[in-house]
Design a protein around this ligand. Structure first.
Ligand SMILES: Cc1cc2nc3c(=O)[nH]c(=O)nc-3n(C[C@H](O)[C@H](O)[C@H](O)COP(=O)(O)OP(=O)(O)OC[C@H]3O[C@@H](n4cnc5c(N)ncnc54)[C@H](O)[C@@H]3O)c2cc1C
Length: 308
């Protein structure tokens, strides 16, 4: 394991900042997951394209990491390069009336900036702990809307080159975005709606209070584990299957909101995946519904056997 010296030399020669063998557990919202072979930091589009070219030239997999608020990273960790966006790619500016946000920007930072300047149209991001890039990738959202609603376009790096894509190129729908293979979002541009900023702020405040009352926000989780099936709620199906409180090791189906799997202390990624698969199997057995996962399995899961 680990990157070859040829790859680390290439990263060094390109002037890229990187760290080898980095534990990811402290970075993930579930607080689980093994090490990344290397974390490489890309501060602008040029650096991001350079990382992609080096990874491709050496046949090394490259994984873009946001805030890890929708990821179950395996206990074995992630082979290859994990790329993290910072500096220019984690900054926000107003460009010709549109909000240009680096994909590494936390949504909380984006919202705080929007509130300060009275920009509206980003209410969908309220309460979501991810980054702009993760939000584009997931078409993140809530009852207040979704990422695609005010997205104008994105700049992505793909194959070591920059490209601009519109939401229709990305065919975005409920928690789904079709990025080209290997594309990493670098910048997303949003158009303010011009709606009343005070009214928008009031909606967000009310929404966040409701969330706090109904979701287990005091425990590590990745939010909703499953997408809601058409016309139903995953949480309702899981609760009706008698699974609230079901636990393996430190992973538990939340007693407060059944669509959350929480780390009540000392959970491993293996515990969490076993709970998720038990929920899938039980809901199918009791309701005949195949729940579709919203959280993403990342890293090395070689040899995983379901139901063991
Ligand atoms: C308490 C809590 C509440 C939540 N509530 C909501 C909610 O209301 N609505 C909702 O939609 N989600 C919610 N989530 C889930 C999560 O925050 C979102 O899915 C978010 O968009 C993930 O962003 P991230 O930066 O954490 O991405 P990560 O979890 O780091 O990554 C998710 C996927 O995006 C990819 N990715 C990340 N950055 C990039 C990039 N720059 N370019 C290309 N791909 C990239 C990753 O490779 C991975 O495949 C919640 C999570 C938590 C913990």
């Amino acid at each position: 394991m680990g990157l070859s010296s040829m790859v680390t030399s290439a990263l060094g020669e390109a002037g890229l900042r990187f760290e080898a063998d980095v534990p990811l557990g402290k970075r993930t919202y579930w607080r689980v997951g093994g090490p990344a072979d290397a974390l490489v930091f890309a501060g602008d589009l040029g650096e991001l394209c350079a990382v992609q070219r080096i990874a491709a030239a050496h046949g090394v997999p490259l994984f873009p990491l946001g805030a890890a608020s929708n990821l179950l990273v395996s206990d074995a960790g992630v082979r290859g390069i994990v790329v993290v966006l910072d500096r220019e790619l984690a900054d926000v500016a107003l460009e010709q009336g549109d909000i240009a946000a680096g994909a590494g920007t936390r949504l909380t930072v984006l919202l705080a900036r929007a509130k300060k300047h009275g920009w509206t149209g980003l209410e969908w991001a309220a309460g979501i702990p991810g980054t702009v890039g993760g939000a584009v990738r997931m078409n993140a959202g809530s009852v207040l809307g979704e990422c695609k609603d005010t997205l104008v376009d994105v700049v992505v790096a793909v194959g070591g080159e920059a490209r601009t894509l519109t939401p229709s190129d990305l065919n975005m729908s409920y928690r789904t975005t079709h990025l080209p293979d290997g594309a990493v979002v670098a910048i997303a541009r949003f158009r303010p709606t011009g709606a009343d900023a005070v009214a928008s702020d009031a909606r967000v405040t009310e929404f966040l209070a409701k969330r706090k009352a109904t979701q287990p926000l005091d425990l590590p989780s990745c939010g909703s584990t499953f997408r809601n099936p058409p016309g139903d709620a995953a949480g309702r199906l899981i609760e009706a299957s008698g699974l609230k409180g079901f636990a393996i090791g430190g992973a538990e189906v939340s007693t407060k909101h059944a669509n959350f799997v929480v780390n009540v202390g000392g959970a491993t990624a293996t515990d969490i995946r076993r709970v998720i698969e038990h929920v899938e199997d039980t809901v199918f057995a009791t309701h005949g519904v195949h729940l579709e996962r919203e959280v993403i399995y990342a890293g090395a899961w070689d040899g995983w056997v379901r139901g063991r």
